[in-house]
Design a protein around this ligand. Structure first.
Ligand SMILES: Nc1ncnc2c1ncn2[C@@H]1O[C@H](COP(=O)(O)OP(=O)(O)OP(=O)(O)O)[C@@H](O)[C@H]1O
Length: 224
């Protein structure tokens, strides 16, 4: 369970989230809203990448603040819009292996091979990661996070760089994952597969409900 309690967040003197309170227990939670409405900031709060100016965020009872923060960051995987922000190692296989560096080498090789195969990247294992296409990098970023088996996956616009085929592929993959997923996106079609959708507007959580109702609400406020 993710509990966001009375969270306000400021960057300098700019308030970007205002008094957000929400408890998330669903398997699939979508987050939509206009550019700059606070979605990414909200997503980053969930694994402690951003700590709230005031209020609290807990995941399965552990606060993102203080000593439990490191544990939250391990159990909540985060996929960024820009895969270059999270590809850390020179080759594709090394990048996937990075998250498994605490395991014995024999176990790592097998896990990496399995993970690359499931993302269609097996043929690229020894390729320099920075030479992959934008879409392949996004798949690699997702692969490198999922191989660590997080309990929750937070994805901030993970399909922005992808073509239609890879967008479908990533969305299908996300829909089939056993773990909880929080998906921030401008892809309203993707929302329809969610269990619950949050709509942000100017830093406020302005709608929280079923996907079709949330999308209709968002379309309505966007056309005002
Ligand atoms: N690190 C930062 N420092 C200062 N201001 C920031 C920072 N990150 C975000 N902001 C500001 O906070 C506000 C909310 O940004 P955020 O990225 O959370 O919105 P968003 O809804 O995800 O937008 P988009 O759909 O464009 O990605 C914006 O006005 C943005 O300029």
């Amino acid at each position: 369970m993710i509990e966001v309690g009375a969270v306000t967040h400021r960057y300098g003197d700019r308030t970007v989230l205002r008094d957000v309170t929400v408890t998330l227990t669903e398997h699939r939670v979508g987050v939509i809203g206009a550019n700059g409405s606070g979605k990414s900031t909200f997503a980053r709060l969930l694994n402690g990448l951003v700590l709230p100016t005031s209020g609290s965020v807990t995941v399965d009872g552990l606060s993102t603040r203080g000593r439990s923060g490191a544990q939250v960051r391990r159990s909540v995987g985060f996929v960024f819009t820009d895969p270059d922000a999270q590809i850390l190692m020179p080759t594709v296989a090394e990048d996937v292996a990075f998250g498994l560096r605490d395991l014995p080498a024999s176990a790592v090789a097998e896990r990496v091979a399995e993970a690359l195969a499931s993302f269609g990247l097996a043929g690229h294992a020894d390729h320099p990661a920075h030479l992959l296409s934008g879409g392949q990098k996004q798949l690699l970023a997702l692969c490198s996070v999922l191989v660590t088996e997080p309990k929750v996956l937070v994805c901030d616009e993970p399909t922005t760089l992808l073509d239609r085929r890879n967008t479908r592929r990533v969305l299908t993959l996300l829909s089939e994952l056993p773990q909880r997923v929080v998906l921030v996106t401008h892809d309203l079609d993707a929302m329809l597969a969610m269990d619950r959708v949050l709509v942000f507007d100017d830093g406020r959580l302005v709608f929280d409900g079923l996907p079709a109702d949330a999308v209709a609400f968002y379309v309505e406020i966007s056309s005002r």
